[in-house]
Ligand binder design. Structure first.
Ligand SMILES: Cc1cc2nc3c(=O)[nH]c(=O)nc-3n(C[C@H](O)[C@H](O)[C@H](O)COP(=O)(O)OP(=O)(O)OC[C@H]3O[C@@H](n4cnc5c(N)ncnc54)[C@H](O)[C@@H]3O)c2cc1C
Length: 440
């Protein structure tokens, strides 16, 4: 796939006129951050240094299922130090580690914003392993955009699956996981068609999988535990704009994060604004002389439900115009008048088109989590049913869900005897992992 390297990952525009550009090169990024906070040089190097230690440990392992004991013990013998490093940081959060080395409140708030764009929660609630994955991966190899738009990634993945002999059914809405004597044996679609298999893997959120697709009387303990520890993160209000190119100053970066005056608005609905301008990297995505802006901000479904059609449309217009006004004031004077196309999506749009319960971004810890300890892996308490995606370890974001997919594939391969397995060790390890989750 032909790609375009992004020279920066995000340009932060924060309270107190703090502006930080996250450069592709790690050294350029820390240099810029140290320039803004020279008195915290040591703390900055230590915090991001630990992120690298975790990232390098993860990177040194052959990533497979953490629920498969033969692989796990094998990795432990090959890379004991790296495994112990990961085990040590597994129950810890980024905010606690940042506070060990950094005292400046504004810098700690910046680290909150760094975590928020990954997890929609502040650093104290973001597991250190998640934070490290994202804060380092953006420099390790950098971010690269497929020419012609990010849709190219999905197309390539789909082509790869078909080449390997898979069949993909589009517009196939699963309404039920079919159970036989408590075992998952297939799925039923909304058109009534049924498909049977040795294994069923749900990529729907756990709220959808266990709240809608699996029809059982008794909610499994594991899922009760998950819902005790995690709530649904809010959804988003999304605005897609086509604008005249002249409104963007020369050298505008592709990605921006905006929080104007008050740090306490970071996690509030409509508090902070995310913006991507893909045409900065690939002008072919828009007609000549134009740019595409994708703007989004967190929003809860409860704000949008039960409105008559007219009020709903008016509300979308009102909220979108306010977000555009804020961007106009802070970044792009004349933005409103430069618009040639505008599409607004609410949390209801997210719910409908992404098939996600309440349009949620994913799981968000109910309180202060013990790192990633409470996150369920891929197996479920229903025989033959596995879950994958952002409500499984290690959580939200493309890197995390890709990892969860690899983990799940390995565990399933072991369970259907394509990979080596030991039933006795399996029972032991899965029991221990379940017990660990009850501690979180
Ligand atoms: C606006 C926005 C911006 C983001 N930006 C970034 C970013 O910059 N970097 C990053 O790493 N992450 C980002 N994320 C997060 C990332 O997109 C998600 O964490 C990730 O896509 C979750 O993957 P998933 O496979 O768990 O779920 P999904 O991507 O939601 O995939 C689930 C799939 O299951 C299908 N499905 C669900 N229910 C059914 C059913 N009943 N029958 C049939 N099919 C069903 C859905 O159609 C969907 O295709 C962003 C998310 C949003 C919303």
């Amino acid at each position: 796939m032909e790609v375009i390297p992004d020279p920066s990952t995000v340009h932060f525009h924060l309270p107190g006129d703090l502006s930080v550009l996250v450069h592709r090169e790690y050294n350029d990024f820390v240099k810029e951050l140290i320039n803004k906070f020279p008195h915290e040089k040591e703390g900055i190097l230590k915090f991001y240094g630990i992120c690298w230690k975790i990232f390098n440990s993860l990177n040194s392992l052959e990533l497979k299922s953490l629920e498969e004991p033969l692989y796990l013990f094998g990795q432990f013998f090959k890379k004991p130090l790296e495994c112990l490093t990961l085990a040590y940081y597994l129950p810890q959060n980024a905010g606690d580690i940042a506070r060990k080395f950094i005292k400046d409140q504004q810098l700690l708030s910046f680290i909150d914003a760094e975590c928020f764009i990954v997890s929609t929660v502040n650093a104290l609630q973001t597991p250190m392993i998640n934070a490290s994955m994202v804060l380092c991966d953006r420099h390790f190899g950098g971010i690269n955009y497929p020419v012609g738009g990010v849709g190219g990634i999905a197309v390539s993945l789909a082509n790869g699956l078909v080449e390997k002999g898979s069949e993909i059914r589009y517009r196939a809405n699963v309404t039920n996981v079919i159970l036989e004597h408590g075992k998952a044996v297939g799925v039923r679609l909304s058109n009534g068609k049924e498909f049977f298999a040795k294994t069923v893997i749900s990529n729907a959120t756990r709220w959808d999988t266990f709240g809608k697709l699996v029809k059982i009387e008794e909610f499994p303990e594991e899922e009760k535990n998950f819902q005790k520890n995690y709530v649904k993160a809010p959804s988003f209000l999304s605005i897609h704009l086509g604008v005249k190119a002249s409104v963007l100053p020369a050298g505008t970066d592709c990605h921006h994060f905006l929080l104007e005056d008050d740090w306490s608005n970071l996690e509030n609905p409509y508090g902070s604004i995310f913006l991507s301008i893909p045409t900065v990297l690939d002008p072919s995505l828009a007609p000549e002389g134009h740019h595409i802006l994708h703007i989004f901000t967190t929003a809860g479904i409860e704000d949008w439900e039960g409105l008559p059609r007219k009020d709903y449309e008016q509300k979308k217009e009102l909220v979108a115009n306010e977000i555009i006004r804020r961007l106009e004031k802070k970044l792009f004077p004349g933005l409103k008048d430069s618009i040639v196309l505008k599409e607004v999506g609410s949390p209801k749009t997210h719910r409908r088109f992404l098939a996600r319960n309440d349009g949620t971004y994913g799981p968000m810890p109910r309180g202060k989590p013990k790192g990633l300890l409470a996150m369920p892996f891929n197996t479920t308490s229903i025989d033959g049913l596995y879950c994958v995606g952002d409500s499984c370890f290690p959580g939200q974001g493309v890197i995390a869900v890709a990892f969860s997919g690899v983990m799940c594939a390995h565990r399933v391969a072991a369970d259907i005897d394509i990979e080596q397995r030991s039933p006795i060790l399996d029972t032991g390890l899965l029991g221990v992992l379940r017990w660990f989750r009850t501690l979180a």
